[in-house]
Write a protein that binds this ligand. Structure first.
Ligand code: EPU
Length: 294
């Protein structure tokens, strides 16, 4: 793989620690970390990995991800260099998969474009936001999506219109096989001041109700039917419950936080302990929302 990447002039590193590429800040290295600067490089890396039978994982902003201490084998494609976005006609935004979502939201607000301001606190890349169908309060990305370009391991580059994409609760039809390279959003027009007011209000509320500025991977568990996992864990008295240096946040019980000293094994053990406890006390099986790589 290294020779192929060298031949293509594509930036990569071997056994690169990944912890600082995630908001949780834990986890081991990637066997091969590729950071394509163009979509062509991305396609080439995916094709070479496929030819060599190497597994490919896509890393965006690493904000909903738990990487185990042993790290990951195969190729990790990091979208961070595909981060540019431009404004087009009629409220359109063309963004590379690695575009930082909060930056995009703020730029759209300044431009007088409404529709994504409710997602201002979601610390992902736009590719990650679509793949996970991330949401917050009433905000959902799907109505804003006009078109997405993806790379499929077998069919190469494909353009998908919104109707060809399925968005489910915290997942989508992109799954693990379709790698997003480009997203076109279409937003509505409004007064920049009005959008900024709403955006600031969303951020203020988020800061009040969720732990901001500490190491975490967002919500750990999916909400079970008709219930907030956070409220459930809170009711069970789990705020502050810890394993090693990983603990359940005192602000929102569906967040696991730490002060920089936790290992992935602490977080994984805490997740398991909480799942067991909840099953025993309520017969509810909590499903993980956070993506786990090992
Ligand atoms: N609550 C508690 N204790 C807690 C946490 C929540 O009593 O520790 C109560 C709240 O007071 C509120 C209710 O539970 O009455 C619901 O809480 P919240 O509004 O925070 O919503 P949530 O269902 O817990 C979901 C998403 C969040 C998203 C918020 C806001 C999931 C798993 N979580 O949380 O998403 O930010 O709504 O829209 O769907 C994420 O995906 O990483 C994430 C954090």
């Amino acid at each position: 793989m290294a020779r192929e990447l060298d031949d293509g002039g594509i930036a990569y590193t071997c056994e690169q620690p990944l912890s600082h590429f995630t908001t949780m800040g834990v986890g081991g290295p990637a066997e091969i970390l590729v950071q394509p600067s163009t979509v062509d490089e991305m396609v080439l890396a995916i094709e070479r990995a496929r030819d060599l039978g190497l597994p490919v994982k896509v890393l965006g902003a690493g904000s909903n991800l738990l990487i185990h201490d042993a790290g990951v084998r195969g190729v990790v494609l990091h979208t961070m260099r595909l981060k540019s976005f431009v404004f087009g006609e009629d409220g359109r935004i063309e963004a590379g998969a690695g575009a930082h979502f909060p930056t995009l939201v703020k730029a759209a607000a300044r431009r007088g474009l409404r529709g994504i301001e409710g997602g201002v606190g979601i610390p992902g890349s736009i590719g990650g936001v679509l793949t996970m169908n991330a949401g917050a309060y009433a905000f959902s990305i799907s109505p804003m999506v006009e078109q997405v370009i993806v790379v499929s391991p077998n069919q190469g580059r494909i353009t998908l219109d919104r109707g060809q994409i399925e968005f489910r609760y915290r997942s989508s039809s992109f799954g693990e096989n379709l790698v997003i390279t480009h997203v076109r959003l279409r937003l509505a027009s409004d007064e920049p001041e009005a959008i900024k007011r709403d955006m600031d209000e969303h951020m203020r509320y988020r800061k009040q109700t969720q732990p901001v500025g500490v190491k975490s991977a967002g919500c750990i568990f999916k909400n079970p039917d008709g219930e907030s996992a956070g409220r459930l864990l809170d009711r069970l008295g789990l705020k502050g419950f810890s394993v090693g240096s990983a603990r359940i946040s005192g602000v929102h019980a569906n967040f696991i936080v730490h002060d920089g000293k936790a290992r992935a094994s602490d977080v994984a053990a805490l997740i398991e302990a909480v799942q067991e406890l909840v099953l025993k006390k309520t017969s509810i099986t909590l499903e993980q929302e956070v993506m786990v790589w090992h």
